[in-house]
Design a binder for this molecule. Structure first.
Ligand code: ATP
Ligand code: MG
Length: 572
């Protein structure tokens, strides 16, 4: 089997890589890297990049490195280093012993810069930042050369050495590449390669006070690690000529190939690390792992599995043009995964008391409930059934609209895994008129599994026995933003002004079935007819907390919104 046969999908990157392999480029090797900057937590966009880089390496029997792109001391922190590794591992990726840091290469990078100066390809500029910007020109006007552009090699070396040794303040000088101030590509107008930053780097501490820019450090780090294909997002397309210039002028042995792909954008959320940091630090969400965030920590806490995220990334594919992916697709991926693995349970979010008046007081029957109809291997469990039950408030309507097949006065429905019941009486609060209790009779012949149980009724409700129920808090999550594209900040709107004030809904008086009493944080369940839920780490011995990962598709809500849908099977 050749490498190209092994590639499962045929996106343009995989095509390029397999052509390179066939042509014997890089000796037929494939070596990629995932290069996060440790200035924030990983999000679903990074998952796309992880899947691409590690996936490509796996498919080609190649290698993929994890490299921290840590060249900016003021925003980086070990907190992020730990979290990023933890998340990448959780998602299922293994860099073995290939964990690197751009800061490992600071000395080598510095020597490359010295070589550029010696060859007349770089110079120390002493213009102010404002002047550098002004001299750079615009998209329509060429830039003009700095008065310092023609300093002698000796003077440049002298100044650059003194920059390194801390003789100058931040911003006093920068090292720039000498390329072409008139280039139509702004990135080639003598870009900055080094700047002075008197700051403590989380790793190299105060060893350095000059730091390389991304455009200088990235290609060289790739080359030092022998990276063959350096995959990055589209906004770096215009940087590619600079990437190649750096590698050419530094006369490296491995000239990595940069290929750009579209970054992942999703509706109703933000993905920029700067914005995520704002949401966290200003308290708009409860932390980096808030289940409303698209961070991997947030998705994980919400109940997303690594498999579902990897499947999602595979489904969205890799393209050359930016687009926006609907949140519904991510939700589809987790439903698909949990449908197969999550045990079914019964839980009541908004309680309505139901009394079976002909069921003897004190009697408890054990009903057999199927743990997962998709997987017989998951077995069955016993669920206690008694006289007083909790059902979902929305499963009863005193005045049922057409197509409402649940409980109503005089109506019969089945209680799942148990009996057919009939509503005989509605008890209301005298003051408010609110329905506070439903009284029913049950038909003992109709217990699930008995011959009479074949009798058809239109609705089946889930329930928990009041005497056996375990109380729980359930957190429901709604879109974090009210606008599908909160990044659209035109007309002076800040993205935070689009925040949904009701994105977190906490329901405190829920009841779940007894078998969940000892459920462990991180475990996922399907609550029948409701959705997928996972135990939150806030749970304690005597207080269960669940997060709703995603609702099941609610066909009734759809009908109520759009009466045109009249599929008679909708309310099953
Ligand atoms: P930001 O612009 O929010 O700071 P970034 O791109 O600088 O994000 P990095 O930590 O540098 O974030 O990203 C590490 C890798 O992940 C890079 O290769 C980057 O291209 C990729 N990446 C980041 N965001 C996305 C995204 N939304 N979709 C796909 N890949 C992404
Ligand atoms: Mg970056």
């Amino acid at each position: 089997m050749t490498v190209s046969d092994a590639l499962p999908s045929t996106d343009f990157i995989r095509t390029i890589v397999s052509q390179d392999v066939q042509a014997g480029k890089f000796g037929g090797r494939v070596h990629t890297r995932f290069p996060p900057e440790p200035n924030g937590y990983l999000h679903i966009g990074h998952a796309k990049s992880l899947c691409l880089n590690f996936g490509l390496a796996r498919e080609t029997q190649g290698l993929c490195n994890l490299r921290f792109d840590d060249t900016n001391p003021s925003t980086e922190d070990v907190e992020y280093i730990t979290a990023i590794q933890d998340d990448a591992q959780w998602l299922g990726f293994d860099w073995e012993d290939r964990l690197y840091h751009a800061s490992d290469y600071f000395e080598q990078l510095y020597q490359f810069a010295v070589r550029l100066i010696q060859n007349g390809h770089a110079y120390v500029d002493s213009l102010t930042a404002d002047d550098i910007r002004a001299y750079r020109g615009t998209l329509t006007q060429p830039g003009k050369a700095s008065p310092y552009q023609n300093r002698s090699v000796e003077e440049n070396l002298n100044l650059f050495t003194r920059m390194r040794h801390g003789e100058f303040t931040d911003g006093a000088h920068v090292l720039r590449a000498k390329i072409d101030m008139a280039s139509p590509n702004m990135n080639l107008r003598d870009p900055t390669l080094y700047r002075i930053r008197h700051a403590v780097h989380y790793r190299t501490l105060t060893t350095w006070c000059v730091y390389p820019t991304y455009d200088f450090a990235h290609p060289l780090s790739d080359s030092i690690e022998g990276i063959t294909h350096s995959l990055c997002t589209l906004e770096f397309e215009d940087h590619r000529p600079l990437y190649d210039w750096v590698l050419n002028e530094c006369e490296v042995t491995c000239h990595s190939r940069q290929i750009e792909f579209a970054r992942l954008n999703m509706s109703y959320t933000v993905m920029s690390k700067r914005k995520l940091l704002q949401l966290v630090s200003e308290g708009h969400v409860r932390g980096w792992d808030d289940p409303r965030l698209p961070t991997l920590k947030g998705l994980r806490r919400r109940g997303y599995t690594p498999e579902s995220i990897r499947n999602f990334c595979e489904r969205i594919g890799v393209a050359k043009r930016d687009g926006v992916v609907e949140m519904a697709l991510l939700e589809h991926a987790i439903r698909d995964d949990l449908n197969r693995r999550a045990p079914r349970m019964m839980a009541i979010l908004r309680t309505l008391r139901l009394v079976i008046i002909n069921f003897p007081e004190g009697r408890v029957e054990e009903m057999d409930a199927v743990n997962n109809p998709e997987d017989a291997g998951m077995g069955t469990r016993k669920v206690p059934f008694s006289r007083v039950m909790y059902i979902e408030r929305e499963d009863f309507r005193e005045d049922p609209p057409p197509k409402f097949f649940r409980l109503a006065p005089g109506r019969e429905v089945r209680l799942r895994y148990a009996y057919i019941i009939q509503c005989v009486q509605v008890v209301k609060d005298e003051q408010t008129g609110e329905v506070i209790e439903i009284q029913c009779t049950y038909d003992p012949e109709t217990r699930s599994g008995l011959p009479q149980s074949a009798r058809k009724v239109k609705g089946t409700l889930h329930w928990v026995s009041a005497a056996h129920a375990v109380s729980a808090e359930i957190r429901l999550y709604h879109a974090l933003f009210l606008e599908s594209n909160p990044n659209d900040e035109k007309d002076g709107h800040d993205f935070r002004s689009f925040l949904n004030p009701n994105s977190l809904e906490i329901v405190t008086s829920c009841y779940v079935e007894q078998s969940l009493a000892k459920a462990k944080p991180g475990t996922s369940y399907q609550f029948e007819r409701q959705g997928y839920f996972c135990v939150d780490p806030d749970s304690s011995e005597n207080r269960l907390v669940f997060n709703r990962t995603v609702p099941l598709r609610d066909s009734w809500a759809k009908i109520e919104k759009s009466p045109k849908i009249l599929d008679k099977n909708v309310d099953k």
